[in-house]
Design a protein around this ligand. Structure first.
Ligand SMILES: Cc1cc2nc3c(=O)[nH]c(=O)nc-3n(C[C@H](O)[C@H](O)[C@H](O)COP(=O)(O)OP(=O)(O)OC[C@H]3O[C@@H](n4cnc5c(N)ncnc54)[C@H](O)[C@@H]3O)c2cc1C
Length: 415
């Protein structure tokens, strides 16, 4: 926690909750549009610094470079990362100049410095957001008991919870905690895996990073997915980064159909062609096996290893005869905004339509009826399948910044 961070004011115009890349994108776009807002907002995050979750996830999975191209970043100038990378051309990877993890880290530090945001994050976890009864705005209850009143709130907390398959939640399942982990709990840097056999469940890029990291530490890996492992460059087709698909998406009046469009665009998890190539090499060297179209039916910890029964064992041997020393669930996150505890008072005061746990926001990503704005995957019904990505942050700014800066677009409402 930086000793020099902004002290918590009692009243503020705009409270931004979360200090990840989405929030950083919002702040730079906001200041570019209206520099006078500098003294009018606070950023709240328990980390007390920018981008902590982002940097942790890249370090823990030893991810060498981003999946998204160099034009996607938190600065309003789309060429800023390219210019920053001029002395470091080797750190932009083909085919679309994907920035190395280190380059992106340094660039974000540069953004934070250039926009004078170093000490702007207040270490605080927001526990409840309560619309005020007699005057506009919200009361924010912090986990340490402090409070803050904000006229307007922007939520940029990502907010997914680790998805665990039913068998992994069975109440009778008992095991040492480090032997069955969600990918968000794995930190490769702390592990020595020589002689171990690890089952990784899930077909997304995270499973690929975990597999390569485990093999590099001496483990033998089995990668299992209900579908066929497949490769594509980005997690959603590049057409979703512009009008090609977004136009049709935004013209779709039915929110349920939009939700379906998001699901089919993301199409579950995928590997990148580069990671797939490395995994195939490891498969040829006998360090890795793919179990396609397969899922765990039951797993039992037997003192030193798991015994795993799977549902289908069509194109591979049954797992039950193998000792599995660890199971890692690269099964993604579930996003259900309807269950976010911090929003319970807002949900009660301003009931809105929902689609599969996602709120139906207005075109400025505002909670209908009050001055609460939402960024990230939670705004996907408005922004489409890339809402949670860096580019989604930019799309969100196009909607939120005008509503925060133009008096004509301000909501003249109770909260
Ligand atoms: C391994 C991995 C790699 C990825 N790579 C890419 C990529 O290359 N390109 C791309 O475009 N996308 C990528 N993504 C997707 C996405 O861009 C990232 O997940 C990104 O971190 C999302 O940004 P965010 O600001 O929404 O969330 P986060 O980075 O998770 O930040 C949210 C912040 O909110 C804070 N917070 C949460 N609750 C509260 C609360 N109650 N009060 C106060 N603060 C709170 C958290 O502490 C956190 O700091 C990747 C995702 C993962 C998991």
């Amino acid at each position: 926690m930086p000793a020099t961070s902004t002290p918590l004011p009692q009243f503020v115009d705009i409270a931004i909750v979360g200090a990840g890349p989405q929030a950083l994108t919002l702040v730079t776009h906001l200041l570019q549009k209206k520099a006078a807002l500098r003294s009018q907002f606070v950023v709240l995050d328990p980390a007390g610094t920018w981008m902590q979750q982002w940097h942790h996830q890249f370090a823990a999975l030893e991810i060498p470079h981003l999946r998204s191209p160099a034009v996607h970043h938190p600065d309003p100038n789309p060429h800023a990362l390219r210019s920053f990378a001029e002395p470091r051309p080797d750190e932009l990877f083909p085919p679309y100049a994907l920035p190395s993890t280190g380059l992106f880290h340094d660039f974000c530090q540069d953004v934070i410095q250039r926009w004078q945001l170093i000490s702007r994050v207040i270490p605080a976890q927001v526990q409840r957001i309560e619309p005020r009864l007699r005057s506009p705005g919200f009361q924010l209850q912090l986990a340490d008991g402090r409070q803050l009143v904000a006229k307007r709130v922007v939520l940029a907390i990502a907010g997914g919870s680790p998805h665990r398959p039913a068998w992994a939640q069975h109440p009778a399942l008992s095991y040492p905690p480090d032997r069955l982990c969600h990918s968000s709990q794995v930190d490769l840097r702390q592990l020595c895996l020589r002689g171990e056999r690890i089952l990784i469940v899930g077909s997304g890029l995270t499973s690929g990073h975990l597999a390569l990291g485990a093999i590099a530490r001496g483990a033998e890996v089995i990668m299992m997915a209900r579908r066929e492992f497949y490769a594509k460059l980005f997690d959603a087709d590049a057409g979703w980064l512009g009008p090609k698909y977004l136009k049709g998406f935004q013209a779709e009046p039915c929110w349920d159909s939009r939700w379906q469009m998001i699901q089919s665009a993301r199409n579950g998890g995928s590997l990148t062609p580069a990671v797939m190539m490395q995994l195939r090499r490891q498969e040829r060297q006998g360090n890795l096996r793919f179990y396609n179209h397969c899922e765990v039916r039951q797993a039992e910890w037997q003192g030193t290893a798991w015994q795993v029964q799977c549902r289908q064992a069509t194109d591979h041997d049954c797992l039950s005869s193998l000792d599995i020393h660890r199971i890692w669930l690269a099964t993604g996150q579930t996003l259900n905004v309807q269950q976010w505890p911090l929003l319970a008072p807002v949900r009660a005061a301003y009931p809105i339509p929902w689609v599969k746990g996602l709120p139906v926001l207005d075109q400025h990503l505002r909670w209908p009826g009050c001055n609460l704005f939402v960024m990230g995957g939670a705004a996907a019904l408005q922004l489409g399948p890339v809402a949670r990505n860096l580019f989604g942050g930019r799309l969100a700014c196009d909607r939120i910044v005008p509503a925060l800066t133009k008096p004509a677009l301000r909501q003249a409402l109770r909260a």
